[in-house]
Ligand binder design. Structure first.
Ligand code: SAH
Length: 261
């Protein structure tokens, strides 16, 4: 899979994408990455990419010319890229979008800066994505977030093929991930749930499912809509609802494991 960015600070991507899991996946050829400098598509001595907004107002906008020329030239070579723009006004980026993008051969991420881009450039976009309801200084972090979330879904990127399957937001369950523990089995007086030390895989699986249900009910009850729950799982959800009604907001968060012993 090939990711490309068009931005005015093309140097910011490599340090992240060459490190740790991303770096290993890149070196293994699981994904390729090319950062393009938007200023390569300017024609004046100062390599100008921005201009003042019509109608007045503060700040500068990215002008359409360099972005149009960049996207058109890059699209004319090789497989047609899926073109993504970023804006706080875009559709929210989430795990479903990451899963969909993981099926693309080539993704071109166009990163805005300043007060944003001339509205006409969105006619080049296959989609416009937002990371969330806040305003960043530029789209570069958004591009890195998208690349990171998509690459870790590509076969072999995490080393262990099974690992992205039962994670939070995965298509599989629609729930948050279950609570996890590592050694020591007791730390500062806090023991790991006994069942996890039992070696009984069926009981561990059941505990994990209930832990997922409980954590989802506690932190993201909106995700439970449409999830099929059996009777025991529904009791866990009701228990969480009851506990938070008694404790008030945020109550009992530290005690987020089902008592399956
Ligand atoms: N004036 C615009 C914000 C521009 S911020 C507005 O009020 O909507 C400059 C650039 O940062 C944007 O073009 C986009 O590429 C990026 N950006 C800012 N916030 C973002 C967000 N929440 N998600 C994704 N990209 C964002």
């Amino acid at each position: 899979m090939l990711f490309e960015t068009v931005s005015v600070i093309p140097g910011v991507f490599d340090p992240y994408l060459d490190a740790s899991i991303m770096g290993r996946a890149r070196r293994a050829g699981i994904f390729e990455f090319r950062a393009h400098d938007l200023r390569d598509w300017t024609h004046d001595r100062h390599r100008t990419v921005d201009d003042a907004p019509f109608g007045g107002g503060q700040g500068m906008l990215m002008k359409p010319g360099p972005i149009f020329e960049a996207v058109e030239e890059l699209s004319s070579e090789g497989p047609r890229p899926h073109v993504v723009f970023f804006s706080p006004c875009g559709a929210r980026f989430d795990q479903r979008v990451a899963e969909r993008l993981a099926g693309e051969e080539r993704v071109l991420l166009v990163c805005g800066r300043y007060e944003g881009v001339d509205e006409r450039v969105y006619s080049l976009a296959d989609e416009v994505l937002s990371l969330g309801d806040y305003v960043l200084t530029g789209g570069e972090l958004a591009a890195l977030v998208v690349i990171d979330a998509v690459v870790r879904l590509l076969p072999g990127a995490l080393g262990d093929e099974a690992s992205p399957v039962d994670e939070s937001f995965s298509q599989e369950s629609g729930l948050l991930e279950y609570a996890q523990y590592t050694r020591p089995s007791t730390y500062r007086g806090m023991p790991v749930p006994e069942v996890l030390l039992s070696g009984d895989h069926a009981r561990v699986d059941r505990w994990r499912r209930l832990s997922s249900v409980e954590r989802t009910a506690r932190w993201r009850p909106d995700l439970l809509e449409g999830v099929d729950l059996d009777e025991e799982e529904r009791r866990v959800v009701e228990g969480v609802a009851l506990a938070s009604a008694c404790d008030g907001p945020g109550g009992g968060v530290a005690d987020a494991t089902p008592s399956l012993g």
